[in-house]
Design a protein around this ligand. Structure first.
Ligand code: ATP
Ligand code: MG
Length: 241
């Protein structure tokens, strides 16, 4: 079943005294329920621009994006914000945790926008999620008291706590050492699979990308599907992306 579909998506920005800059060019992508897709690309290839479109944070210049086969352009901004809140979880390179709030308070935050039992049972749901991340002993720790790997596990708990159907991870291991990054990715993959969510990982790290089941490469705004061996070949120093 198609969860997210992009058809001929472009994104351009107007520049003063120059023709518009085409950041994304004719991007087609289909992501199904439970899929794990990676997108690799060098700096400036358009990864964050694409992620903002996938996460309903920005609109394409042309082309169409469908979520559950419904075109995003048919949503008003309120409906779109609600859809984003309930169905999409974001994980970022720099964790983006709220300072001065405990791990538990950080994970509760998305549930403040939920309704029904997700709202009323928010403390219990957030606690269970942190326990699943192996952080049951650190509920009341402040982000600055946690290691990088622990902070990213709090961020994953926060991204997953509303049971999103799509998880978007932008360089999720970029601030972690190799071993911590690998264990965080394994955990993310496992919880995404258990919850049946689709996971899109954007990364420049070929080893992280190789964990996905389908692989794409973004090259100067053009997205193409690539074989896993091609992804791994890109990690060897003599091959340039
Ligand atoms: N609002 C904007 N105005 C002008 N140029 C922009 C704008 N947004 C992005 N760009 C340019 O578009 C290109 C793609 O940017 P984007 O941030 O998507 O790259 P990226 O692949 O995420 O790079 P990185 O790996 O460094 O994060 C870059 O050359 C960037 O300078
Ligand atoms: Mg980026």
């Amino acid at each position: 079943m198609s969860l997210l579909r992009l058809e001929g998506v472009t994104r351009s920005v107007e520049l003063p005294d120059a023709p518009p800059l085409e950041i994304l060019k004719g991007v087609d992508l289909e992501v199904s329920v439970g899929d794990h897709v990676s997108i690799v690309g060098r700096s400036g290839s358009g990864k964050s621009t694409l992620l903002n479109l996938l996460g309903m944070l920005d609109n394409p210049t042309s082309g169409s994006i469908y979520f559950d086969d419904v075109p995003l352009r048919s949503y008003g901004s309120g409906a779109r914000d609600r859809k984003r809140g309930s169905d999409i979880g974001f994980i970022f390179q720099q964790f983006n945790l709220l300072g001065g709030r405990t791990a538990l308070e950080n994970v509760i935050t998305p549930l403040l926008y939920a309704t029904g039992s997700q709202f009323w049972k928010r403390r219990q749901i957030a606690t269970t999620m942190l326990e699943r991340m192996g952080l049951g002993e650190r509920l009341n720790s402040m982000p600055e008291q946690l290691s990088g790997g622990e902070q990213q596990r709090v961020a994953i708990a926060r991204a997953l706590v509303r049971g999103p159907r799509l998880i978007l991870a932008d360089e999720p291991t970029g601030a972690l050492d190799i071993d911590t990054g690998a264990s965080v990715m394994a955990l993310l993959d496992e919880v995404a699979e258990q919850s049946g969510a689709a996971l899109i990982t954007i990364t420049h790290d070929a080893n992280v990308a190789a964990l996905a089941r389908r692989h794409y490469r973004l090259d100067r705004g053009v997205l193409s599907e690539v074989d896993v061996n091609r992804v791994l070949a890109l990690s060897s120093p003599e091959v340039t992306l």
